[in-house]
Design a protein around this ligand. Sequence first.
Ligand SMILES: Cc1ncc(COP(=O)(O)O)c(C=O)c1O
Length: 399
Amino acid sequence: MSGSALYETFARAPLAFDHGEGTWLVTDKGERYLDFAGGIAVNSLGHSHPHLVAALTEQAAKLWHVSNLYEIPAQSRLGERLADATFADKVFFTNSGAEALECAIKTARRYHFVKGHPERFRVITFEGAFHGRTLATIAAGGQYKYLEGFGPKVEGFDQVGFDDIDAAEKAITPETAAILIEPVQGEGGIRPVPTQSLKRLRQLCDQHGLLLIYDEVQCGIGRTGKLFAHEWSGVAPDIMAIAKGIGGGFPMGACLATDEAAVGMTAGVHGTTFGGNPLAMAVGNAVLDVVLEDGFLEDVQRKALLMKQGLAAIADEFPDVIEDIRGTGLMLGLKCAMPNNKVNMALRDQHLLAVPAGDNVIRLLPPLTVTDAEIHEALNRIRAGAKGLADAIAVAAAK
Ligand SMILES: Cc1ncc(COP(=O)(O)O)c(C=O)c1O
């Protein structure tokens, strides 16, 4: 056996955190880190948010789990609140993002099945996408590095280039059921899809009788300064998968759909043991209490601007380190001019946590509750990290 009893699937940083306070994480040695990784866009309200702690502990003292054999009032309530706040009429709760995507894909396929078109099961996806690690979602994501060695790729996913709407149109066949897209790609490198492209996808779906599925697992729940990222474009989907931020750190996800899109999801065709359990629902409702408070999302937008402007100034100052700033809201990316892992390490040396992504990008995903002072502190640390790297490049060039 190697050193650890755990699967070797993660290249973990040699850091262990003991507790968290808002935007800060404290290691078992008492060192403080500014957390702009946010558990990969999960800790939407930071660590130990008092409202979430109260909701979870209160529920924990009452009831943990009953299964979906019975009514779960907090599940009905959260479903209604999500439906009221979005395009959706129906919600299915899951434990993770990948399961929310599985439900979304199954919902689309069942829709065509009950409409008399069982042959329509294929889904068009986009290069750079990430939809999870189940067998179907690695097929949807289409990335070889996640598919290799796991047997035949699940049938029914056709991938086209990022933002290549002409190619998406050409890929439509009589077997196509849906188009699946992240309005802002996360793992793919913080790549927002232009409004015009979402509009064209909506038109294509309407014209060909396809369902439009959004994956807002990473970009949803206030991350971009609207409750859902697609609201910036005004283009609604038929089905949407969410997760991460809705649980604020408690594992949960959901698949949202219109009545029409969910028409095939009748009694017994889909299920889950844990999805929508009372603990998760207590936390999900508590997250919405905060995110839907008057002015909360406007404040996210204001803070996002502050951060983006500060980052742009750093990129201007150190173009050999940071090539460009991308993204929207508090979902920002540093497109690196050198290997992104080096930049990530330099930030970690400054006790600032961030997340590498595809396309040589570093993601900054602070909690939506981050303060102005913490943004300034993060900018100081990013500048110091970038300066260290730029100085090292200058020294190497002088040799
Ligand atoms: C856009 C997107 N979809 C789906 C997933 C999968 O979510 P989970 O890891 O909770 O299964 C992720 C996770 O990073 C994601 O970013």
